[in-house]
Structures are given as structure tokens and as C-alpha cells.
Design a protein around this ligand. Sequence first.
Ligand code: T4K
Length: 413
Amino acid sequence: MPVVIETRPETTATASDLAILGGRPAFANPRHVGAPNIPDRQALLRRIDAMLEGRRLSNRGPYVRLFEERVAKLVGVKHCIAMANGTVALEIGARALGLADEVIVPAFTFVATVHALRWQGIKPVFCDVDPETHLVDPASVEALIGPRTSGILAVHLWGRPAPVDALADIARRHHLRLMYDAAHAFGCSRQRRMIGGFGDLEVFSFHATKFLNTAEGGAVVTNDDRLAEQVRLMQNFGFTGLDKVEALGINGKMNELAAAVGLTSLEHLDQWVGVNRRNRALWTAALAPLRGITLKRWGDGEQRNDQYIVTEVDETVAGLTRDHLVTALRAENILARRYFYPGCHNMEPYRSEAPTGGWRLPHTDHVCQRVMVLPTGTAVTPKDITRMAAVMARILDDAPAVTATLQVRENQS
Ligand code: T4K
């Protein structure tokens, strides 16, 4: 049955109209993974107006303080230190923990997790992930511990809680520091306990593409008073008072404008969770009949932000590769993503720094070949999802032609 799509009249909507085969794109404008959630404009503008009136733009002004207070309360931790972005929060967190020499970290993550360590002069030692959950595999972590290991940096990837009990046990037995990259996990829980309170400290990102954004922003959260004090010192040049510098510090501060966006966005959390939940339910139904595409699921009964619609493509069943499917979707202006291809171990400088014989991460390599993340969030409507899934179905139906076309292109380039 022909499918009605945005820029094509119904009568001409046949499989051969696929954009990758020469047709017009299904969507006139791109549908993104990570289009920002935008809070109420009037409320935000009122806050910005008051900020301009008060001429307080940065250096832990009233909005940053309030934002920190609200985030700490929501997450259930003693301290939240708001940061300029998640990457600098990771760097300062690692430094405050005294991480040095080698830190065990998954290669299946956004490169910022690993760059933050390397930027601090720390050597990342890549552990493998569980191919089912995409989370660090504790057995792989423990096997990599050596005399130079100072800590573990695990990731709550996609907002899904890392195996916190097993990791805490490993860290305790080997006297290692344990921190979490919780960039994806704001508003998510694990056995009813909010992510943010695990390990020695955790780091959120409030980048534009995240569930809760401050345009650029992040935070370190912890229950450790001494660590919190260290982090605060480090994020503000080491100042302890007027003209008084007591430590080596850097500038990691969140500004008031960002905090105003954050505070206004916090007022929408329930609404945005609702939209993401609705979108997930629609994607679940729409993808169910499609062969070779599996939507990853987790955390029933937990709080989730559902910010990422993560699928795996099995090319032997789908009839085309994940990469060809993503290329065909992007031609339709459906900007699916191959996060986190090709894995940090295959990016520089880590690829060139690989131990003799290279990094051996079979599960990471497997997952990197299969994952496809699809658009969701408040910028995506139910109609969009129906259309995107219908286009995907047609690409699968025409898989041999799509594959042949893309292979010709690849051979020519
Ligand atoms: N740890 C993890 C596990 C992370 O995922 C991240 C960030 C970090 C640490 C570091 O936190 P930050 O230092 O960033 O706070 C994007 C984001 O830039 C990055 O923040 C995020 N992870 C990562 C998963 O996604 P790219 O390279 O994919 O960004 P880009 O420019 O391709 O944007 C994604 C899509 O979003 C595009 O299709 C366009 C759309 N978009 C983007 C922006 C910025 C918009 O529609 N509007 C916008 O304003 O990394």
C-alpha cells in the first residue's frame, strides 16, 4: 500500500520514490536526534530580563545557586556544582578525585568521556561492554586492573544505569575511585534511587541535545563534602576568597543565562518525560513489524527520560547494512545517528596509542556496527514517527535496490 509522506503526493508514493533512489526526500526539513527541548519562552524571557536588570551574569549568581539547589534536591544528593559543560565537569571531577596514570573506561561512549581523561594526562584503558545492555562489563573492568590503575569511569549510557553494585564492589576491593558519566541520565533512576548519588561522584551534561538543557552546561553531583569543596575550588580558579587563591583551578563555571534556561526547563520535566514516553510507545509499535530492527528496552518501573530511541540493525535479517539504512534515511531528511561509531578506541589519539595487537573489544565492535539512534523529543510529532517508520519500511522493502545503489556509489568514491 502506498504511504503518504510529507513532500510527495500520495499517487506517486511508491517504493521507487525513495530519495536514495532519486526521489524527493520524505521530509522537507530534517528530523534530528537531539533537537533541543525548548522551555516556556515567556517564563525564560522574564528570567533573562531580571538577570539583565540585576547585571549579574556569572560567578555563582542567584540563578546558578537555585539551579544547583533544585538539581541536588531532584537527584537526592548533598551537592550539585553547576558547570560550563559536561566535558569540563568530567575533567574537574576526575582531577578532584585524584585520578592519574590509568583509568578504566568503556570505548562505547561519546568521545568526551575519554577525551576528558586524556586531557588531564590520564591514559584511558578501554574495557568492553555487555552486548545486550551496552553498559560496561564488570568482568572486563576487573580483568584490566593493574598497578597503575587509579579509578573507573563508567557510563550510564542512554540513561540506563550501569552495573553500580558490581562496580562498587570492584572499586572497594581494589581501592579504586569510582566516578560515573551520567551525561544521558538526568531524571533516571535505578531501583527507585535517582542516578547522581552513585560512586564517588557523578557528572551530568546539560548540552542542547540532552533531555534537560542549559544550551551548554553540566554538573558534578556528589554526597562527599570534601570532594564538593575541591570541585568548587577547581571550577573557580582556586579562589577561596577575595584575592585569595589556595589551589590550582580552572574556569568551569556555569553562567546565569544558562542557569535561567535550566531553571525554566526544570519546570517542564514531567511534560517532556510524557512526550518522550509517548514517542517511545509510538516507535515501539511502529518498529515491531519491521524485520531486523530491534528497539532496545530497559527499566520498566524505573524513572527514565527516554531521550534516546536506540535500535540495533541485524543486517542478515534486515537485508541491508545499518550504514546503508542510515544513509537511506538521511537522504529522506531523517537524521538517524550511528552513536557511538566507530568506538573511542578507533578514534585518535587512542587508535594510535593502542597496545600491541590493538584494543580487543569484540562486544564494543559488534555493537558499533549495529546501533542506530532515531529522532525523538518535543520537536518530533506522532505523525513524524508514523512517517519515519513508514519510510523505513519502504527502505527495507527495497533493500536490494538501495544496497546496489549505495555499493555503486561506494565503488565510485
Ligand atoms: N559524556 C557523554 C556520554 C555524552 O554523550 C556527552 C555529550 C558528554 C559526556 C559531554 O557533555 P557536553 O560537554 O557536551 O556537555 C552531541 C552533543 O554535542 C554532545 O553533547 C552529546 N554528548 C552527544 C551524544 O551528541 P554530536 O557531535 O552528535 O552533535 P551534533 O552537532 O551532531 O548535534 C546532534 C543533533 O542535534 C544534530 O542533528 C543537530 C541537532 N541539534 C544540535 C544542537 C547543538 C539541534 O537541533 N540544535 C542544537 O542546538 O554531539
